[in-house]
Design a binder for this molecule. Structure first.
Ligand code: AMP
Ligand code: MG
Length: 269
C-alpha cells in the first residue's frame, strides 16, 4: 500500500484516529532524506502550479484542520514556499463575526474558494462548523448533524465544477501539543500565538477528537477525501502534505495553453 492510501480515510469508513500514530515518521527513512525529498516536491509543485495557473480552467482547494499547535501555519510555510504567490491564496477561518453571522455557515467558505488557475489553502475551514461548533455547544446537535450532508454536497458541486478538493487532518498527540504550547508561552517570538482559550480547548481534547472522528468518517468521499497526517514530527508532516498536494496536481495534469498560431515563424528584432 502506498503512502497516500495509508493516510487516506477510505470513503464510508472511520478514520480510527486512536489507532493512527501521530508520532509516526512517514514518507522517508529519516529526516535528512525527508528534507531532500521535500525539496524536490516543492520544485515540482512550482512547475505544476505554473501550468494550473496558465491553463486557468481548474483549481485546487486544500483544507487544513487540526488541534491547536498541530502545525497548520508551519505546513503552509514550508510546503508552499516554491509556489508563485500570484495564483495562490491562504485563507484563515476565525470564529465568524459581523456579516458572516448574517449568512449560512457555508457562505464565507464558498466566497473564498479558488478561482480557476488558483490554489487556495483553507487554514481551518467550514469543518469548524461541525467540530468547534459541536464541542463548544454553539449549535444544537440536530443542526450540526445535518451539516455533514450539506458539506458532502457542497464539495461534490465544487469538484463537478472544476475544483479538486483535498483535506488534511494534522494528527498531533496530546503530549506533543503540551510541549508546543509550553514553547509558545516561553518563547517571546511565539507568544502571540497563544490564546488563553487554547487551554479550554486542550481540556476538551477528547471531545474534539470525537468530533473529528465523526466529521472525517462522514465527509471523506471519493471526490473530496480526507488524509490523516501524523504531525508530531514537522519534517514528516510537511513531506506527507507535499506528497498529497503534488499527487493531486499530477492527477489533474494541467496543460499549458497552445501558443498563438504562427508564433514559430516570428522573430524578435
Ligand atoms: P487560530 O486558528 O488558532 O487562529 O484560532 C481560530 C479559532 O477560531 C479557533 O479556536 C477555531 O475553533 C475558531 N473558529 C473558526 N471557525 C469557527 C466557527 N465557524 N465557529 C466557531 N469557532 C470557529
Ligand atoms: Mg491558535
Amino acid at each position: 500500500m502506498g503512502l497516500l492510501d495509508e493516510l487516506r480515510v477510505a470513503p464510508g469508513t472511520a478514520p480510527e484516529l486512536g489507532r493512527r500514530d501521530p508520532d509516526a515518521r512517514v514518507g522517508a527513512a529519516d529526516k535528512h532524506a525527508g528534507l531532500r525529498r521535500l525539496e524536490g516536491l516543492v520544485e515540482r509543485l512550482g512547475v505544476l502550479h505554473n501550468r494550473l495557473y496558465a491553463e486557468a480552467t481548474r483549481s485546487v482547494l486544500v483544507v487544513l484542520q487540526g488541534m491547536d499547535a498541530a502545525g497548520k501555519d508551519g505546513t503552509i510555510r514550508s510546503v508552499l514556499t516554491g509556489v508563485n504567490p500570484q495564483g495562490c491564496r491562504v485563507e484563515s477561518f476565525k470564529a465568524p463575526s459581523g456579516k458572516e453571522l448574517l449568512h449560512d455557515y457555508l457562505w464565507r467558505a464558498h466566497k473564498l474558494c479558488p478561482e480557476r488557475g488558483e490554489i487556495a489553502i483553507f487554514n481551518r475551514s467550514h469543518y469548524e462548523d461541525v467540530v468547534a461548533v459541536r464541542v463548544r455547544g454553539l449549535a444544537d446537535s440536530d443542526v450540526w448533524r445535518r451539516r455533514y450532508e450539506h458539506i458532502r454536497s457542497f464539495e461534490r458541486m465544487l469538484t463537478d465544477e472544476g475544483t479538486a478538493v483535498m483535506k488534511v487532518f494534522l494528527h498531533l498527540s496530546r503530549d506533543e501539543q503540551r510541549a508546543r504550547l509550553l514553547e509558545r508561552l516561553e518563547n517571546p517570538e511565539k507568544r502571540w500565538k497563544f490564546r488563553a482559550g487554547d487551554l479550554d480547548d486542550r481540556a476538551r481534547w477528547d471531545d474534539f477528537t470525537a468530533a473529528y472522528e465523526d466529521a472525517l468518517r462522514e465527509t471523506s468521499t471519493e471526490w473530496a477525501p480526507w488524509y490523516v497526517v501524523p504531525s508530531d514530527h514537522n519534517w514528516s508532516r510537511n513531506l506527507a502534505v507535499a506528497e498529497i498536494l503534488v499527487a493531486t496536481l499530477e492527477r489533474l495534469d494541467p496543460r499549458l495553453p497552445e501558443p498563438d498560431p504562427g508564433i514559430e515563424a516570428m522573430s524578435i528584432t
